[in-house]
Design a protein around this ligand. Structure first.
Ligand code: NA7
Length: 529
């Protein structure tokens, strides 16, 4: 039996930073990683065109000023190879690899009250114990298996965006299908369209995409590097954990109708997800939301030459921004190409995959390659996949009707187990790097305080957890988010209880609450010797 102070699950951005912090403070910590390499999301998702939808100067670690100065991002939105290179660079720079066990997927955690330790089982077969476990398991790390008959029957090549072959796939001149039009689908479609023989896109629900206006950022980097400390501090004080076009957004009513359109145009022209922060009430007020949606619909009509096709690409069934918006690099224009066809699954439902292709409606479409970009069991999938238990309490049973956490950091009845960017924290609604660093630092602080005081056990009080669950649900209900069948709601996973998963009120508010809890001697947590 090998014992550690802390076992960290996952060697993505969050696990690596958690290891760095704990090691610096003298904790005996180890990462158990399912894959063969560091990187998490950015290791697995190496499909063509995979790119972050948050700007590189924001989506990067702030803890190492030297790293900030030595690393040069080549583009406004970093592509997967550059992100993976960055993560590897950090890993080597801080010699993190020596405390990572690869191909050691954690399968079970069992808390023993007598020793006050977690027993950790992993696929590498080593039995471990740990005083604390930090789940750095990612929010979009467990893919869904789409409910499509016959996937295994296809006689050509099948690829999944989340598990793209390391050597790539040769799609040149071939008849290719893409199923799914979320971020992964859009990026794949946009990138492969010029190379394939024919591309057929199977769209169940259209998405809203805003232009990236991706570009080289040499000059911007020089400016940011000269004031990175202030820049990071500013990011932490924003709602989304990153700078947006306007630091002082207003309510829709504060503009005249003409000014409101100007504001939307300005945000659109700036590019990226700041569009969804055009007005403070964009995700609260249906008429404001409609104004923002109508503006995007008109831009889609501008871009797509065939008007019938344009209408098929315009979302009409959910408010804008209530499903994750995409950041595109020429997506809609792809449909002006002769070698691209859209199959609208609302008109011609997907019936099954066959040996030759896909039947939708009454037509069998034949392909050489099918690519599935069908999404993830978001936020809870990776935690539910581990058999986590303490006596009679199991995480999967406890969360059957939706996650129950205090601050998205811990769950009552499961002592000494922390989650980074877990459900009921802002995570997926924010710049992940800002949220990851805030969580890692908060967890590291409480572990240090406990060590200094000789305390060994921490868990949330039931009442604090009940209040936090109510707060996260009540604040979500004040928005339009619950109206969309999104992965934020768990609606993309058959049988998953539909509740809004992230904390909606913003990174800035959330950090104040977490800091306040710490200042109040970890109010709401029971910490014992
Ligand atoms: P998403 O955004 O969940 O997209 C998955 C897509 O796959 C979406 O268009 C789904 O349609 C579609 N889908 C899922 N199941 C099916 C079936 N059975 N038939 C047809 N179409 C299907 O996942 P991504 O990987 O693209 O992006 C995840 C996040 O990663 C993204 O938001 C960024 O934050 C980065 P639906 O909308 O459910 O009708």
């Amino acid at each position: 039996m090998v014992d550690h102070d802390v076992v960290i699950i996952g060697a993505g951005f969050s696990g690596l930073y958690q290891l760095y912090k704990l090691r610096q403070l003298g904790f005996n910590a180890i990462i158990l990683e399912a894959g063969p390499e560091v990187g998490g999301t950015w290791y697995w998702n190496r499909y063509p065109g995979a790119r972050c939808d948050i700007e590189s100067i924001e989506y990067s670690y702030s803890f190492d000023p030297e790293l900030e100065q030595e690393w040069n991002w080549s583009e406004r939105y970093a592509a997967q190879p550059e992100l993976l290179a960055y993560i590897r660079h950090v890993t080597e720079k801080h010699d993190l690899r020596r405390d990572i066990e690869f191909e050691a997927r954690v399968t079970a955690l069992d808390f023993d009250d007598d020793s006050c330790r977690w027993r950790v089982r992993a696929e590498d077969g080593v039995d471990r114990t740990a005083r604390f476990v930090v789940a750095a398991t990612g929010c979009l790390s467990v893919p869904t298996q789409p409910d499509i008959e016959g996937v295994g029957d296809f006689g050509g090549e099948t690829y999944w965006t989340w598990d793209w072959p390391e050597g790539g796939a040769d799609l040149t001149g071939r008849r290719v299908a893409v199923v799914g039009t979320g971020s992964s689908g859009l990026q794949t479609i946009t990138t492969i369209a010029p190379d394939v023989g024919h591309l057929t896109v199977f769209q169940r629900t259209p998405v809203f995409a805003v232009p990236a206006f991706n570009r080289e950022i040499d000059d911007e980097l020089v400016v940011v590097k000269s004031r990175y400390r202030e820049f990071r501090a500013e990011s932490r004080l924003t709602r989304g954990g990153a700078h947006c076009a306007d630091p002082d957004p207003k309510f829709f009513d504060q503009y005249s109708p003409e000014e409101a359109v100007e504001e939307l145009s300005r945000r659109w022209a700036d590019g990226g997800l700041c569009y969804q922060q055009s007005f403070l009430d964009l995700v609260q007020d249906p008429s404001v939301n409609k104004a923002a949606a109508d503006f995007v619909a008109d831009r889609i009509r501008d871009k797509v030459i065939d008007p019938i096709l344009a209408e098929k690409l315009i979302p009409t069934t959910y408010p804008i921004a209530t499903k994750r918006m995409c950041v595109d690099t020429g997506y809609y224009e792809v449909y002006n190409r002769d070698n691209v066809t859209l199959v609208d699954l609302r008109e011609d439902p997907l019936k099954r995959v066959t040996a030759r292709g896909i039947i939708a409606g009454d037509t069998e479409h034949e392909f050489d390659v099918i690519i599935f970009a069908t999404g993830f069991d978001a936020m809870t999938g990776a935690l539910s996949a581990i058999d986590i238990r303490h006596g009679e309490v199991t995480l999967s049973e406890k969360w059957a009707d939706g996650p129950r956490t205090y601050l998205g950091l811990m769950s009552a009845g499961l002592p000494n187990l922390f989650t980074i960017t877990g459900p009921q924290s802002p995570s997926v609604l924010s710049n992940m790097l800002t949220s990851i660093e805030q969580h890692v630092e908060w967890i590291t602080d409480v572990l240090t305080v406990m060590r200094d005081r000789g305390q060994r056990r921490i868990e949330p009080e039931e009442q604090a957890e009940r209040s936090w669950v109510d707060i996260t649900n009540d604040t979500a209900d004040m928005t339009l988010f619950p109206q969309a069948a999104s992965w934020y709601m768990g609606a993309n996973v058959p049988g998953k209880r539909q509740v809004f998963l992230p904390f909606v009120a913003g990174v800035d508010v959330y950090k104040q609450i977490c800091d306040g809890v710490a200042v109040a001697d970890y109010h709401g947590f029971e910490i014992t010797a």
